[in-house]
Design a protein around this ligand. Structure first.
Ligand SMILES: Nc1ncnc2c1ncn2[C@@H]1O[C@H](COP(=O)(O)OP(=O)(O)OP(=O)(O)O)[C@@H](O)[C@H]1O
Ligand SMILES: [Mg+2]
Length: 308
């Protein structure tokens, strides 16, 4: 989605005379957090809490409590909730006291980490939406997360989870070539079209990576520095990225590594051998999640009836 369209959609949702429950997802590092906080931060009462990787429920609740204090109590420490149900009740209380003429933005970032198994986050959030947020007209509830297996199952797929409550969902895509060019120009990088294309082929329109480009270096020098020097920014990114996205990241990495070595791609039978799995569930799930996460594409071979 082009930058302008994203803003337009957010603007419509912001100005609507109803509460909205918005899901934003997309590849890691694609600019989700930036887009949402930049657009909403100054537009009303702004509450933001971010899930923490591998943290205990009590730590996540502490972060929530801190955010609540910052937004509604000038940072004065509050009694910490013990469960998500209690946490959302506190939020409900504050919302009921706020003026209905102001928009209230509630931004839950990295939701998959907030909603760890048995944490009770999802059901508390759903209950909060049903009994509180949806009954007001001025609340914009935003859940955001990377396109991980979790996000896809609970938010994007139509079965179960929060899907039935979501009023709008936005999948954020990387910059296209035109946007990448604009971004590089904006950052004062002096690249000709050929260099721009080299950069785009390697970084694929991901702003977080494009930000690493240095002025005064050619495309090749930049790529060398970022990808191939010892402390290069992208050297360990593959591991970091996959570990943060997928619980069983080992199989995901093996599949992607195998695919990257064959220009024409691989058929399912070959991929099964890579992870030593039997036909059926597991490979299907991995491929589907990789596709949703924006890392691979599947296509049907010419003149063949079935996807291989
Ligand atoms: N439209 C943009 N213009 C300029 N800079 C951007 C833009 N979008 C993102 N960035 C920059 O790219 C970096 C990554 O963006 P951001 O953290 O929002 O991505 P994300 O999708 O939330 O990533 P993660 O999945 O890791 O949470 C940030 O440092 C941000 O400043
Ligand atoms: Mg983010």
């Amino acid at each position: 989605m082009e930058e302008r369209l994203k803003k337009k959609k957010l603007s419509e949702l912001f100005h609507s005379n109803e509460s909205e429950f918005i899901a934003v997802y997309g590849r890691r590092r694609v600019g989700k957090t930036y887009l949402i906080s930049e657009y909403f931060q100054e537009k009303g009462i702004y509450f933001e809490v971010t899930g923490q990787l591998s943290a205990k429920v009590s730590d996540q609740l502490e972060n929530f409590s801190q955010s609540l204090a910052n937004t509604f109590f000038q940072g004065i420490e509050l009694q910490k909730p013990k469960t998500w149900k209690q946490a959302f009740n506190q939020l409900k209380n504050e919302i009921s006291k706020a003026s209905s003429s102001k928009k209230i933005i509630l931004f839950f970032d990295e939701v998959p980490w907030l909603a760890s198994r048995k944490s009770g986050f999802i059901s508390a959030l759903e209950y909060f939406w049903n009994t509180c947020a949806s009954r007001y007209k001025n609340i914009k509830l935003i859940v955001c997360g990377s396109a991980s297996s979790w996000m896809i199952q609970k938010i994007v797929n139509s079965k179960g989870g929060l899907h039935n409550r979501i009023t709008a969902s936005i999948r954020l895509m990387p910059f296209n070539l035109v946007e990448t060019k604009a971004f590089c120009n904006y950052r004062g990088l002096n690249l000709n079209d050929r260099q721009l294309l080299d950069i785009y082929m390697i970084m694929g329109g991901i702003p977080h990576y494009l930000r690493q480009l240095k002025k005064g270096l050619s495309a090749i020098q930049n790529i060398n520095e970022i990808c191939f020097t010892k402390d290069g920014f992208l050297v360990n990114e593959f591991d970091r990225l996959y570990d943060s996205l997928f619980d069983d990241s080992k199989d995901y990495k093996a599949i992607v590594t195998a695919l990257s070595k064959k220009r024409k791609g691989l058929v399912r039978k070959e991929l099964l051998a890579v992870i030593g799995a039997k036909p059926g569930g597991k490979l299907h799930r991995i491929l589907k999640n990789l596709e949703e996460a924006g890392f691979i594409d599947s296509y049907q071979a010419y003149k063949k009836k079935h996807k291989e």
